[in-house]
Design a binder for this molecule. Structure first.
Ligand SMILES: *[C@@H]1O[C@H](CO)[C@@H](O)[C@H](O)[C@H]1NC(C)=O
Ligand SMILES: *[C@@H]1O[C@H](CO)[C@@H](O)[C@H](O)[C@H]1NC(C)=O
Ligand SMILES: *[C@@H]1O[C@H](CO)[C@@H](O)[C@H](O)[C@H]1NC(C)=O
Ligand SMILES: *[C@@H]1O[C@H](CO)[C@@H](O)[C@H](O)[C@H]1NC(C)=O
Ligand SMILES: *[C@@H]1O[C@H](CO)[C@@H](O)[C@H](O)[C@H]1NC(C)=O
Ligand SMILES: *[C@@H]1O[C@H](CO)[C@@H](O)[C@H](O)[C@H]1NC(C)=O
Ligand SMILES: *[C@@H]1O[C@H](CO)[C@@H](O)[C@H](O)[C@H]1NC(C)=O
Ligand SMILES: *[C@@H]1O[C@H](CO)[C@@H](O)[C@H](O)[C@H]1NC(C)=O
Ligand SMILES: *[C@@H]1O[C@H](CO)[C@@H](O)[C@H](O)[C@H]1NC(C)=O
Ligand SMILES: *[C@@H]1O[C@H](CO)[C@@H](O)[C@H](O)[C@H]1NC(C)=O
Ligand SMILES: *[C@@H]1O[C@H](CO)[C@@H](O)[C@H](O)[C@H]1NC(C)=O
Ligand SMILES: *[C@@H]1O[C@H](CO)[C@@H](O)[C@H](O)[C@H]1NC(C)=O
Length: 486
């Protein structure tokens, strides 16, 4: 709001420049600009509101332990029935303030089970929920409508180990207990091509609101680890997600056609993107039309053979209002990556990345306009994605091979890309390589590519999404000089 206001004021000031009765409005304008420049508060509050838990679920009046339902924590006994029975029993408390299912220390082998609304699944410090290594314990469910088919194979997909659909107010938390997918068997099936259906996630919520996942460790997911899809108000806080560097498609957290998602204080090191924001696939995603928006990511660290934060490649329902800050990626292939393709349609807009530190990273910032990978032959080649208003600022990188590989789509320029205060220690001669992109930059070293070399001035604030530090710091002087000049 304030930023929009400041842009409005600048436009107003420019328009008023040649008017003679300027004195009074100059003073008012100055006061307002000072307010705009030094009041970041309301922004911070507004932007972080969905990082706060809204459901009053700190206390659940009813609590049971999984052992009361015959579970055996020996790592061998299959406890699927115990989990299902416990949750069936707790279902009678959903309208009585909800309930807690306690998982004590032990190794609790299980197949896929369903959660319910107003439930807290609580894992004690040495509690480990282990995913069964038998694929029949992960039943096959329908593909998501926004994908039209399973992501890796046509048809259905194995259901996640911990699953929830149409839920509200559901929490998975504990004292750093562990949910271990034992995914290596799935990675082998994937590699030797003996899968019959798309691999399962470790945790998936479909069409749910008020989801909290916190204070836990997730290991070795068969496929993407945490997948909220068609969800609102999702918080993932203070979790560790680990999988081997070369495990296939073990993304950390994939917010998919979901809004008001907050991911903070997480450490993720996996075999694919640490966070990938998605919104459906080609014609299916376009038809379903549910975007991912209002996504906050902060205080994230980790390493990846893919990207620290990716958007896409499935983004056909659109992705907007993404804010990521305080990021640290090391020994990784890409820092930030936007992936798309002709046929995807949709958009990626209003993205702001700031305060990122990179070390030993191949490509700091990467746009891929020809990612390929289509669900079938029926996609519309003329459905071009719109990529606009992406700002990256305050980035430091050591031992970087490529500063940026920014490849848009011919006839579909990715525009209003703004780079500010970026210092990369590049260890090769190829620093920036850009095609079909347009934008602005300032204080970027090594110097960025031609299409982004136009300098950022305050009047670009309508082009550059949330140029915060520029307005507060260097932009301050520019604006002062500019104000004095009339
Ligand atoms: C989503 O869940 C709500 C509430 O449980 C339900 O009313 C609605 O029909 C569901 N929508 C879809 C598309 O599943
Ligand atoms: C979720 O809601 C949709 C729409 O009402 C319904 O078709 C579906 O069966 C529900 N699924 C579950 C698991 O409740
Ligand atoms: C993170 O979780 C651990 C347990 O997993 C807990 O001890 C610690 O206090 C949590 N930190 C925050 C900031 O919530
Ligand atoms: C939780 O456990 C994981 C794995 O053992 C560990 O790496 C992490 O530091 C622990 N987190 C906290 C907050 O104690
Ligand atoms: C594929 O891998 C699985 C798991 O390691 C193994 O059980 C199976 O025999 C392998 N199948 C083939 C055809 O290689
Ligand atoms: C695929 O289907 C075959 C035949 O039903 C079955 O033997 C095999 O176990 C299945 N593979 C997996 C990974 O589930
Ligand atoms: C995580 O654990 C800490 C320490 O026990 C607690 O203060 C915090 O509320 C927990 N966070 C969530 C989101 O459950
Ligand atoms: C640069 O990164 C590579 C690969 O991560 C590593 O082998 C090399 O030692 C690093 N160089 C420096 C100077 O840190
Ligand atoms: C440059 O850095 C990359 C990424 O860390 C590393 O893979 C590569 O070996 C480094 N090259 C040199 C010449 O140090
Ligand atoms: C670095 O990125 C380039 C360009 O995408 C790629 O060809 C190369 O394989 C990458 N290097 C590593 C070590 O991943
Ligand atoms: C530039 O970015 C670095 C961190 O990457 C930060 O410490 C510094 O304050 C920034 N400078 C300005 C002018 O914002
Ligand atoms: C830039 O990238 C294009 C396409 O990715 C490649 O063909 C070209 O050789 C690269 N140029 C430089 C100077 O690296």
């Amino acid at each position: 709001m304030l930023k929009k206001f400041s842009c409005f004021l600048q436009a107003f000031a420019r328009g008023a420049e040649d008017l003679s009765h300027m004195r009074r409005s100059f003073i008012i304008l100055n006061v307002l600009l000072v307010l705009v420049l030094f009041t970041d508060g309301p922004w911070a509050i507004r932007a972080s509101s969905h990082c706060k838990q809204t459901n009053q679920a700190d206390f659940r009046p009813h609590s049971v332990s999984i052992t009361e339902f015959g579970a055996v924590g020996d790592g061998v006994t299959l406890n699927t029935k115990a989990f299902q029975n416990a949750i069936f029993y707790l279902n009678s408390f959903t309208d009585k303030g909800g309930a807690k299912l306690f998982v004590p220390a032990g190794r609790w082998l299980t197949g896929s089970f369903d959660l319910i609304s107003h439930l807290t699944l609580w894992l004690d410090r040495d509690a480990v929920i282990l995913g069964s290594t038998n694929s029949v314990d992960w039943p096959v469910v329908d593909p998501l409508p926004s994908y039209g088919r399973g992501r890796e194979l046509p048809g259905g997909r194995h259901r996640s180990l911990i699953f929830g659909q149409n839920l509200t107010d559901v929490i998975i938390t504990g004292d750093n207990g562990t949910i271990d997918g034992q995914g290596s068997i799935w990675w082998s099936w994937f590699r030797n091509k003996t899968l019959n259906y798309t691999r399962p996630h470790l945790v998936e919520f479909i069409n749910s609101t008020g989801v909290v996942i916190s204070n836990l460790t997730f290991l070795d997911s068969p496929f993407w680890t945490i997948h909220p899809v068609y969800c609102s108000n999702v918080i993932v806080q203070n979790v560790t997600i680990l999988a081997p560097f070369h495990s296939p498609n073990t993304d950390g957290i994939d917010p998919d056609s979901s809004d008001d998602v907050c991911i903070e204080d997480c450490h993720i090191s996996t075999g694919d993107d640490l966070i990938a924001i998605k919104s459906g696939w080609d014609e299916y995603g376009i038809t379903y039309g549910r975007p991912s928006k209002n996504i906050i990511i902060r205080r994230l660290s980790g390493q990846t053979p893919s990207a620290g934060i990716a958007i896409g490649s499935e983004m056909s329902g659109g992705v907007s209002e993404v804010r990521a800050e305080d990021l640290q990626f090391y020994n990784s292939n890409n820092g930030i990556r936007i992936k798309t393709s002709p046929g995807r349609g949709g958009y990626v807009k209003n993205v702001h990345i700031s305060n990122m530190r990179l070390a030993n990273v191949n490509v700091s910032i990467r746009f891929t306009g020809q990612y390929g990978e289509h669900p079938d032959a029926h996609y519309d080649q003329h459905a071009l994605p719109i990529i606009e208003r992406v700002t990256m600022e305050n980035i430091i990188g050591e031992n970087i091979t490529y500063a940026g590989l920014l490849e848009g789509i011919e006839g579909d320029t990715f525009h209003d890309i703004c780079l500010l205060n970026i210092t990369l220690n590049v260890n090769s001669t190829c620093s920036w390589n850009c095609s079909n992109v347009q934008g602005y930059s300032d204080l970027v070293s090594p110097e960025t590519c031609g299409p982004l070399r136009e300098k950022i001035f305050p009047e670009h604030c309508s082009n550059c999404y949330r140029l915060s530090s520029h307005l507060k710091n260097s932009g301050n002087q520019n604006r002062g000089a500019w104000l004095l000049s009339w």
